[in-house]
Design a binder for this molecule. Structure first.
Ligand SMILES: NC(=O)c1ccc[n+]([C@@H]2O[C@H](COP(=O)([O-])OP(=O)(O)OC[C@H]3O[C@@H](n4cnc5c(N)ncnc54)[C@H](O)[C@@H]3O)[C@@H](O)[C@H]2O)c1
Length: 309
């Protein structure tokens, strides 16, 4: 299995690092436009191989897409991250042209790849990638919900003082501070609804903290976070490569599911070797369905900005 990560910045390099040390691929390529940057990151990661014990073949390259030839999975993280006070949506102008060009270059050398979009605003970048490539819809997957759900589980774990591995919790909708929908009603710890242990006001605060989870980190770090985003993208790669058929919230093209059409937005999907293989059309309650419709409206408005660029 061959994986390429485009963008050797914070998220891309972290994703590559996790893929390497967990030996998810036989061959891993990291590509960046900045001269020598990806080569340097890959050399550094390679020098952890005797310490961590992996033998994945690693290649770093400055914009040479021929090195990515015949990749099975490509993760696109290239583009600007947000600075404190910025929304993900403000990145659209710059990142749209980067994502479009990158997708075209990727497909020239890896026509059969499954493409994971990480660059923000991720829902709109996923929609753009689908339009720009004309690929079958199951081969373009936006990563946002896996990260947002990990943050949701993190805040629940802190409140419950429970290992996050025992918590099941999902965030659907857009990957934005005001568009994501933490499904509090369905969150559970070892099968018991979290509402058995956490009072309603605190649960509301956990959902609110989850929604601004990225902004909180951006404020602390001065730039967008990378450990959890990189690990979340690597987990998606793992599920594809190992054909695991796990259900994960991902940004995919909807054609009537959840009452929406012609949009890419986060919903639970089965992930396997063919990309996203099936949408799990949960029965949302009236309040959740209304939030989902509002979230889709906001994502659609952002998609419309693409027409003006
Ligand atoms: N979807 C998510 O859950 C999620 C989470 C965190 C960050 N992000 C987004 O991921 C993107 C990357 O974030 P980061 O923190 O790694 O940023 P970063 O600035 O650390 O890295 C971005 C890299 O992209 C490279 N790049 C720019 N244009 C390129 C091109 N045309 N071809 C190849 N490489 C190019 C840059 O040189 C840089 O190294 C941002 O858009 C950020 O908002 C998404």
């Amino acid at each position: 299995m061959k994986v390429t990560v485009i963008g050797a910045g914070n998220v891309g390099a972290t994703c590559a690092d996790v893929i390497a040390y967990r030996q998810l691929a036989d061959e891993l390529v990291l590509l960046d436009i900045k001269e020598g940057f990806a080569e340097g990151k890959m050399l550094d990661i390679y020098q952890t191989s005797s310490l961590l014990g992996f033998k994945t073949k690693l290649t770093g390259t400055t914009n040479d897409y021929s090195k990515s030839k015949d990749s099975d999975v490509v993760v696109i993280t290239s583009g600007l991250p947000r600075k404190p006070g910025m929304t993900r949506e403000e990145l659209i102008g710059t990142n749209a042209s980067i994502v479009k060009t990158v997708c075209e270059n990727v497909l020239k050398h890896s026509p059969n790849a499954i493409i994971i979009i990480v660059s923000n605003p991720m829902d709109t970048m996923t929609y753009l990638a689908l339009q720009a490539t004309g690929l079958p819809k199951n081969r373009i997957i936006g990563m946002g919900g896996i990260l947002d759900s990990a943050r949701f589980k993190g805040y629940l774990g802190m409140a419950l003082e429970t290992p996050t591995a025992d918590i099941a919790a999902t965030v659907i909708g857009g990957h934005g501070d005001t568009t994501m929908i933490p499904l509090t009603r369905l969150a559970s710890v070892n099968g018991v609804p979290v509402s058995e242990f956490i009072a309603e006001p605190e649960l509301k605060k956990i959902a609110a903290d989850t929604m601004v989870g990225g902004a909180t980190l951006t404020k602390l770090l001065g730039t967008s976070a990378w450990y959890a985003p990189g690990a979340a993208a690597a987990l998606l790669v793992e599920n594809i490569i190992r054909d695991q058929k796990r259900v994960m919230p991902c940004c995919v093209y909807l054609d009537g599911e959840y009452g929406q059409k012609d949009i890419c937005i986060g919903v639970p999907v089965v992930i396997g070797r063919n990309g996203w293989e099936k949408i799990i059309d949960y029965k949302l309650n009236a309040e959740e369905q209304e939030l989902f419709a509002k979230s889709a409206d906001a994502v659609r408005n952002m998609n419309n900005v693409l027409k003006t660029l």
